[in-house]
Design a protein around this ligand. Structure first.
Ligand SMILES: CC(=O)SCCNC(=O)CCNC(=O)[C@H](O)C(C)(C)COP(=O)(O)OP(=O)(O)OC[C@H]1O[C@@H](n2cnc3c(N)ncnc32)[C@H](O)[C@@H]1OP(=O)(O)O
Ligand SMILES: CC(C)C(=O)C(=O)O
Ligand SMILES: [Mg+2]
Length: 525
């Protein structure tokens, strides 16, 4: 039989405790609306006594967001609880979440209270909260470092006082999965009345075990998991909700649990939280990272192209990502290379493909990322090798903050040296204009981009650009040099040569040895 596990989202409370994160009321409201669309059961909207801003944010969420429980956090003190109620009173389903620490280390050093005082404070807090709302969650902070007998007494007292949810936090991420599962099993068997309430866990990621501990607790019988989107939160963060949910779904054979989450909303929620909190998602992050459904190795790409499930245990569309991504790099193989070229509109025969593939591998050894423009340039060169009509003989640039950028270029055409100078908005513009003067054909620079082919201060830059002749067809040019202006000039001349060749401005004949040498110099052969 499948069990329903409740998802308690604390992105807006514990998540906001991430160092450097502060969300205003508008941003919190935006995230809360999306969390409701995602289908979480509880949104912990904030800690109302923390600041006027947080109070207003919780109040705004309580007033607007429907179909979900809205919780506010409060220490075990009347002022906190009263303030939480003030903020939550207009919620459709309000929950006051009150907490106090139960571990010897916290009671002695932080609270400076003895265990009996802690029990008294817990009971008084739950009763106060209960006087306002029927749904009261009690958390025993630092539960995983608390003595089991004492913890059970506190939980029992909180349930007797009216708590509807008891939460067992691993506040400092100290637990390990087997130990935590055993801890939960013991609590479930020892605490009187626990069968009447929801048993929750709240795990932190100090040892990278937050999700594993949460899942172990669910397997042991916990019925609510607390966490944050993208795993943000105090220190190393909370259990990542998207990971917990997708693990419960993907391994439902193991856990036998369901959640109310609409998984297709996961990616959108993750992006929104990353954007509004300013906490970027690491590329290799499970479920929502840029690489979570990306494959770079040829063997994997081949497998995925033949049958996606060879290397994917989840369908990306299930989490709201449109498709798997085959990334071309030095580890890629011909199957993925051919597929990407087909997507770009190139159908190559086996011989052409092999030649282009060798060029691609050579480039991939030098560059981290191979772009579509790189592929287009490779294929264009392979399929349509062009003779060198113009060859860059020299380039002189005058540029700076107080001078008009000026370029002088010398281009060889046959045995002749043709020289021109031009001014421009910047040095690249000046180069383009000077080349145009030589050729007599003004072109528009449609795009220009540079990549470092090698690392370090003396990196070789590779410029890829696109030009078009007065609204006409686009030609791609590439040029490499340690000087980015020289690379730009070479790329521009390369594109001009393609234009001359394709528009029939030069005689169509095979490359001679000198032309092939020139192609090598330009980094094109
Ligand atoms: C594990 C968690 O994530 S707990 C939640 C942590 N989140 C936050 O702290 C964010 C919001 N916090 C705040 O804005 C502030 O800390 C406030 C407004 C709550 C309190 O601010 P201050 O009154 O200046 O107290 P301060 O934060 O310096 O110290 C905390 C006090 O609360 C007490 N306290 C801590 N937890 C509890 C608790 N659960 N119940 C009762 N008292 C508690 C501490 O012992 C300390 O009391 P003391 O002043 O008598 O020594
Ligand atoms: C307030 C409690 C639930 C908490 O955040 C923790 O113990 O980590
Ligand atoms: Mg926490």
């Amino acid at each position: 039989m499948t069990r329903r596990v409740y998802i308690f989202d604390t992105t807006l409370r514990d998540g906001e405790q991430s160092p450097g994160v502060s969300l205003n009321a508008g941003e919190k409201l935006q995230i809360a609306r999306q969390l409701a669309r995602l289908g979480v059961d509880v949104i912990e909207a904030g800690f109302p006594i923390a600041s006027q801003g947080d109070f207003e944010a919780v109040q705004a969420i309580a007033r607007e967001v429907r179909g979900v429980t809205v919780a506010g956090l409060a220490r075990a003190g009347f002022a906190d609880i009263d303030r939480a109620w003030e903020a939550l009173r207009d919620a459709e389903q309000p929950r006051i979440h009150t907490f106090i620490a139960t571990s010897p280390i916290h009671m002695q050093h932080k609270l400076r209270m003895d265990p009996e005082q802690v029990i008294e404070a817990a009971v008084a807090a739950v009763k106060r909260a209960k006087s306002y709302v029927s749904d009261v969650e009690f958390s025993a902070e630092d539960a995983s470092r608390s003595e089991l007998d004492f913890l059970c007494r506190v939980l029992e007292a909180a349930i007797a006082a009216g708590a509807t949810v008891v939460n067992i936090p691993d506040t400092v991420g100290y637990a390990t999965p087997q130990e935590f599962a055993q801890f939960i099993r013991e609590i479930l068997s020892l605490v009187r009345g626990i069968e009447k309430v929801v048993v929750s866990v709240h795990c932190h990621d100090d040892l990278g075990l937050a999700v594993a501990n949460s899942l172990a607790a669910v397997a042991a019988g916990a019925t609510q998991v607390e966490g944050a989107i993208n795993g943000i939160g105090e220190r190393a963060g909370n259990a990542a909700i998207e990971e917990v949910v997708m693990a419960l779904f993907t391994r439902r054979d193991q856990y036998g649990c369901t959640t109310g989450i609409r998984t297709e909303e996961i990616y959108r929620t993750s992006r929104l939280v990353a954007n509004l909190t300013g906490m970027p998602i690491q590329p290799n992050k499970a479920v929502v990272g840029k690489n979570a459904f990306a494959h770079e190795s040829g063997i994997h790409q081949d497998g995925v192209l033949k049958e996606r499930t060879t290397y994917e245990i989840m369908n990306p569309t299930m989490v709201g990502i449109s498709q798997s991504n085959l990334v071309l790099g030095k580890h890629s193989g011909r199957h993925a290379f051919r597929q990407r070229l087909a997507e770009l509109g190139y159908e190559l025969n086996d011989q052409e493909l092999n030649k282009a593939f060798q060029r691609f591998k050579t480039l991939a050894d030098k560059k981290k990322e191979i772009t579509d423009a790189d592929l287009e340039a490779i294929v264009e060169d392979e399929l349509r090798p062009v003779p060198v009509t113009y060859d860059l003989a020299y380039l002189h640039i005058s540029s700076g903050t107080t001078v008009v950028p000026t370029a002088t270029v010398g281009l060889k055409k046959g045995g002749e040296l043709l020289e021109e100078a031009a001014c421009g908005n910047g040095p690249v513009d000046a180069i383009c204009r000077a080349v145009d003067k030589v050729t007599g054909i003004p072109c528009v620079l449609k795009s220009w981009g540079i990549n470092a082919v090698t690392a370090g201060k003396d990196a070789i830059g590779e410029v890829t650009l696109k030009i078009a002749e007065n609204g006409g067809k686009t030609y791609i040019g590439r040029g490499i040099s340690t000087d980015i202006l020289e690379a730009s000039a070479r790329a521009y001349v390369n594109a001009v040569n393609k234009m001359f060749w394709e528009t029939g401005r030069v005689e169509r004949k095979q490359h001679g040895p000198q032309e092939e040498e020139n192609r090598v110099e330009q980094g094109l052969a």
